[in-house]
Design a protein around this ligand. Sequence first.
Ligand code: MEV
Length: 323
Amino acid sequence: MNGQPAVSASAPGKMIILGEHSVVYGKPAVALAINKRFYCRVSRSGEMILNGRRVPAFVHPHISSVINDNGLSGISMDAGTQIPTSSGLGSSAALSSSLSLAVRKLLGKETDQESIAKDAFNAEWNAQGRASPIDTSTCTHGGGVALNCPAGIGRELWRISRNDRSWNVSEFDVPEMTFVVGHTGIKAPTGPLVEKVRKYKEHNRFASDIIDEIGLVTLQGMNAIRRRDKEDLGDIMTRNHKLLSILGVSCNELNKLVNASLPYSYGAKLTGSGGGGSMIALTDQPEKVCEAISLRGGRPIVVRTGEEGVRLEEGLPETIDCI
Ligand code: MEV
């Protein structure tokens, strides 16, 4: 780096198991942190330096939002990731959350999870035009996180409001379960898909009904998780996928991977914003699901849940992809 004192941090990726898109409109959602992380190391600089190269300050909206919110106009940042980008697995949220912790530590500011989750949500909002805190709160807190769950379910962590929307963020106890992620290999940034749903909803009453229905299905899924009922949860995930398809955010490649997984799974659905990116399957037969996904041209990863949230690191791991 530039000889200045440096701080390193990391945050996990996430997978949404129920409720993406409808959560933007204040409906409930559930997400889990996964064992793939984003790493960054920062030191003070008057300009924006990314992995040793000077870049325009606006080149990465999440980075500029976090550093501006913390009163800086530039930073020297080295970064690398295990989370495929634009894959529905929270790469931008993990970047924002880890960067917020590193910058706050560097500046001697508060490093509590709520402040970090709020910085990261702001970055997501600024970059996407509209967002919910599901990705950023999950990458910050780790484990299992539910938004807008009924009282008595989960332990409330913080509340985030923006314009006319408000989200209650809670820690949600999700038992150990095996998920396979299938990446289509198609990069699909979140912003345009969120915008597509917004336009559909604005022009068509039917889209609002689908969003309401996803909210109801998600509440049923939360109850299935509390009952530890994988059969029911799987059925609900598959119903959630069908509703997301009707909303126009799935694609042939995602549908192919979901259908290929179903014979060996409790249920399967796209995860994140869709349009490409990834799907997930809840299964006790991960090898069979991986094989089915590979045969259809997808890239399978068996993920571990229960991953720790944002944290300080000694430095960057030696073997990670640069962003
Ligand atoms: C993206 O991972 C999840 C969406 O619901 C957008 C958001 O909540 O900000 C599609």
